[in-house]
Design a protein around this ligand. Structure first.
Ligand code: CUA
Length: 360
């Protein structure tokens, strides 16, 4: 018995649909989803994957089948049948992709809106002090040598600490330089804002973190406590509001497990909102080519319980008070140049008296 081609088409269609639906959910291409927002992005990605795999199998399958089925047989030198196009077929294969593309764009826009959306009226330049735009020369010199030699896992912490010694970087981190959205209601100071907010009404207040990107480190400050760190710690289940800026070139904040990426731009403040949903350590990666050590510009993001987070903040506060004492002790502005340089003279291989003479 010969099976009619319409039955074949139906069977192949059903098979393709089932394979596409299965693969769309089981492609295993994404890292674990560690934020509430990640499920929205994954839904969109899986849908696109389902559609793409369906089209891929259909097109490639037809191609391979035809190449085999209609191949030139031995001794067959006849011309193929003259075909002058098929209007209904062309309408069909233009119409179906058009519907798919429109559907996907509506879906993506919906996901983008659920994650905070984009308000074109809210872009404003952040007026920064001129010195904030200055290159932190000393910090760069220090970070370059570090990046080249060290394999310490907390490299970013060291780099951030060093960078904070630079007055330009410290100026950017100054609370006055980073206007807080909540302190300026109605005043849009943001770039495109990503992240959910509407469904977070009535939950505990968002954790605010100021982020600074610089060649080649990330610095996080928690304005509520004044804690500064090179590692991002956030409590699970609470909305995190990040206001980000850069003090040299454009960097980008990217945590694949949160499915969030946002540019970090000098002279501007960009924001990201997200709610971490899985305890763990993730990697924050700079996703904008920002210089020769761009690839090394990464640090840890630690999602932990509220109590572990509170404990960490306390530890940081203790550590920073100690640092402050040390910093005051060696602050160059309160010392004369030879006093300041004297601890380094042996390293420099010169006599302390010579430093004194230079000063004169
Ligand atoms: Cu910063 Cu790449």
């Amino acid at each position: 018995m010969k099976i009619p081609s319409s039955v074949w088409t139906l069977l192949i269609g059903i098979l393709l649909t089932l394979v596409s639906l299965w693969y769309g959910q089981n492609h295993g291409l994404l890292p674990i989803a560690a934020s509430d927002e990640a499920t929205l992005v994954d839904g969109l990605f899986n849908t696109m994957m389902t559609v793409s795999i369906g089209i891929f199998l259909l097109v490639e399958g037809t191609l391979i089948y035809s190449a085999f089925r209609y191949r030139q047989r031995a001794g067959d030198n006849a011309d193929g049948p003259p075909v002058h196009g098929n209007v209904p077929l062309e309408i069909l294969w233009t119409g179906i992709p058009a519907i798919i593309v429109i559907g996907l764009s509506v879906y993506s826009f919906d996901v983008y809106n659920s994650m905070g959306g984009f308000d074109p009226h809210s872009i404003h330049e952040v007026s920064m002090a001129p010195q904030a735009m200055r290159m932190p020369g000393a910090a760069i010199a220090a970070t370059l040598s570090d990046t080249a030699t060290s394999t310490e896992p907390n490299l970013n912490q060291q780099k951030s600490d060093e960078a904070m010694q630079d007055s330009a970087t410290a100026a950017v981190r100054n609370a006055d330089q980073i206007p807080q959205r909540r302190n300026a209601p109605g005043l849009g100071i943001t770039d495109p804002t990503l992240g959910s907010t509407p469904e977070n009404q009535g939950k505990p207040p968002a954790v605010v973190v100021n982020v600074t990107g610089l060649q080649y480190a990330w610095i996080f400050t928690y304005p509520e406590t004044g804690v500064t760190s090179g590692e991002l710690h956030v409590p699970i289940g609470r909305e995190v509001e990040m206001s980000m800026t850069a003090n040299d070139v454009i960097h980008a904040f990217w945590v694949p497990e949160f499915r969030l990426k946002q540019d970090v731009i000098p002279g501007r403040q960009s924001e990201i909102h997200f709610t971490p949903s899985k305890v763990g350590e993730y990697t924050l990666i700079c996703a904008e080519l920002c210089g020769p050590y761009h690839g090394a510009m990464r640090t840890q993001v630690v999602v932990e319980t509220q109590s572990a987070f509170d404990k960490w903040i306390e530890e940081q506060l203790v550590a920073s008070t100690e640092d402050l004492k040390q910093a005051v002790a060696v602050n160059p502005h309160t010392l004369s140049p030879d006093e300041f340089l004297s601890p380094y003279t042996s390293e420099m291989g010169i006599q302390p008296e010579i430093v004194h003479q230079i000063h004169k």
